[in-house]
Design a protein around this ligand. Sequence first.
Ligand code: CA
Length: 536
Amino acid sequence: MKKLLALILSLTLTISLSACGGKSEADIIPDDKYMNTYEIFVYSFCDSDGDGIGDLDGVTSKLDYIKNLGFNAIWLTPICPSTTYHKYDVTDYENVDKNFGSLESYDNLIKEAHNKGIKVIDDFVMNHTSSEHPWFKTAVRYLKGLSKDEEPDESKCKYINYYNFSREKKDGYEQVPGADWYYEARFWSGMPDLNLDNEEVKKEFADIAKFWIDHGCDGFRMDALTSYTTDDTNKSVEELADFVKSAKEIKPDLYIVGEAWANKDTYAKYYASGIDSLFDFDFAGQDGLIAGLARGTKPAKTFAETMQKEEELYKSYSDTFVNAPFYTNHDMSRGAGYYTDEDKTKLALGLNFMQTGNAFLYYGEELGMKGSGSKDENKRGPMYWSADENAVGMCKGPSAMDKIEQKYPAEDEQEKDDTSIYSYVKKVLKLRNNYPLIARGKTTALSDISSKTIAAFTRTKDGSNYDFSTVKNADKLSDLLIVINTGNAEETIDLSKSGVSMNKVADTVTTSGSAISTVGGGNTLIVPPYSITVLK
Ligand code: CA
C-alpha cells in the first residue's frame, strides 16, 4: 500500500511538474548571438594560485558555476599586459598579463569554455594604449630628440602618427614629460589616445584581432567608442566600421558589442557601423530605467514602451542589431545599494533578463554584492564566494578599495537557499532559456492592460529582425505574453482587454518563492507581487 501511494505521489509530481511549463523549447534554438553573458572583472573573480589576484585558471575553474547559473558566454575585462590592476592601459596587445596567467592558460580557458558550450568575449581596447606601450615610448623618444624648430618626419618614426601629438596644449591633452610637446589623453595621462584614422593603426588592430581570433575567442567588447574621435560621433562610427569590417573578414560569425556611454539617440548611431550589439545604457545604472521601475519612481508600463521604441530606433540603423541589455558593470555602483529591500534587488535583475538580445550580468550581482562610492575600486571587489577570506578562490581585490560590509550571504550559502538572490537569478535565466522568444521576439507594449505597476507586452516572431528561417522547427516556438508586476501587492488583470490570444500561464518567477500566476474565470489573470509571468 505504501509503495502504491509513493508511486501515485511520484506520478502526480511528474505530471504537475510538466504541467507547470517545465518543458523547454530551448533545444530547438541554434547557436546564436542572443546569449546570456557573464561579465568577469578578472582581477577580482577567482584566484587559482594563492597570490590573491584573480587569474584565467581561476575563471576556468568557475565555468561550471557560470554555466549552472544559465549563462552561455563570458566577457573578460582586459587580460593583456598592463601597468594597472584593471588593465585598460595595454602595454602589449598580443600576450596575457603575467598576473593573470599566460597564453597557455588563455588557450586552456577557451578549450574548456567551448567544451561546455560557453563563448568567450575579450575586451578590446582600441581607443588608447598605455603610455608604457612601445609605440608611445618610441614616439616620445623621437620627439624628444628633435631640435626646437625641427618638424617631425613620419618616415623616420611612424609612431608619431599613431597618437595625436601637438605643439600646443589643447583641451584633453597632457604634456610629454621633458619635451615641449603635448599628446591627447582623455582618460588619464597614462592612457594616450590613438589616432584611429591612421591606416597603419587600423592595420595593427586588424592583426591584433586576428591574433585573438586565432586563439579561439568568439567575440570582442569594444571599449570607449565615444572617445574614438572625441566629440565627433560620425567619425567615431566610421572608425568603428573599419574595424568591424576587417574583423568580420577574418571571422564572419564574430560577435562584437560596443560600449558607447551616451544617451540612446547617440549610442544607437553606432549600429550604423555594422557592429552586432551596443550596450543599452538607458536601462542601466542607478538612474536607469530598470532602477526607476524597481524603485517605483517610473511607471511599469514605460518598460515595454521604451523597449518597443528602442527596437524601432536600432532597426533604423541596422537590420541585424542584437540589443545588449545590462544592469550594472565595472564602472557603475552595484545594484544592491540602490534599494533597501531584497525584493527590489531581485526584481531589477529579473527586468534585465526580460529584455531582448544578449543580456549581460556583472559578476557578483547574482549575490547582491555591494560596492559603490566615488572609488572605482569599490565596484570591482572580490567575488564573494565565501565569508571566509581565506577560502579557495578568494581574491584580495584592488589595493585602494574600501572595506565593504556585505549585505547578503556569500555564494556558498546562497546556492543552498531556494529563496536567495542567486536562486532567483537562476530561475529567471531558466525562464529566459526555456522561452527563446523572450530574447528574440519583437516587443509590443500592451497599454490597455499596463499600469503604474504592471508591464505587459508580447514577444512575437512576427516583426522581429531575428532570422527564424535558420531555426529548425521554428513554428514550435511560442509567441509570448509577458506580464511583470513591479508592485508589492497582488494584481488582477482582465486579459480580454489585452487584444492578444495568449492566455495560458507557462511559468511564473517571483522574488519571494513559489507563488504562481493563475487565470481565473472571465479571463482574469492574477499575478503575485514582484513577479514575472510568461503566458503562451
Ligand atoms: Ca592568482
